[in-house]
Design a binder for this molecule. Sequence first.
Ligand SMILES: [Zn+2]
Length: 286
Amino acid sequence: MHRLTLGDFELLCFSDGTYPLDGGAFFGVIPKVMWSRKMQCDEKNYITAGLNTLVVRMEKARTGKQTVLIETGMGNKLPDRMVKFYGQPAKLLDDLSAGGIAPDDVDIVINSHLHFDHCGWNTIRDKNGKIVPTFPRAKYYAPEGEWQYARKPSERDQISYIPDNYDPLVASGQMTLLKGGEEIIPGISVETFCGHTAHMQGILVQSGGKTACYISDLMPTSAHIELTWGMGFDLYPLDTIESKKRYYARALPEKWLTVFTHDPRMPWAHIEKDELGKMVAKQPAT
Ligand SMILES: [Zn+2]
């Protein structure tokens, strides 16, 4: 298991499994001769994408541990037509359980955006088929702009939005919608990074003078850290580049830990610029 201490926080990485994605779509305008050096593909051109959930735990006076879940993978409610493309690994609850975390232990759930592969385990169907929160005690948070957009998405990405993952939580008041820039609890805040979508938020975790950032689909894997290596899925590719510049302006000098949402092997890394100006992802010492 991937585990780190960041100031007063314990950071743990869990996975909902892996799924196939078209390598060309995953690397946008980058030629295959370049991206295939960093990520292997199969005979159909599929690469293997991970579904990483970051858990932040901290001791809390009186109530014991507080558990924050950042991103909830693909879940187990995909319609059949999507299972055909992506499969449905649905491993997150088992993986959390193996790490000693039960759904009732989760206090806070944060979604960077509302694409189906980022908020799938927000909800499950109960035995009567009703959509209920997977983490019954948790307060949920997601970007308000994402939720507004998800109600009327473009033809291009409407397949990525599954309302059962968030609408029941918004309707019941269990999900709070964020403008961007809010501190959710001391040390955990969100910041909007436009590019992949207009309102996607990175989640900043700060303690003891150190920072980790779940940068989500702005840089889905350690193979996407160069400025121009964006995904074909990005709705605003030029903004992806500007958002990465803004991110690196602080993340490089302050040596942030970057958490990758879709990297099946390297869920987090310190990103550095080498002497030739190339971005390098270095595994943190554990
Ligand atoms: Zn996405």
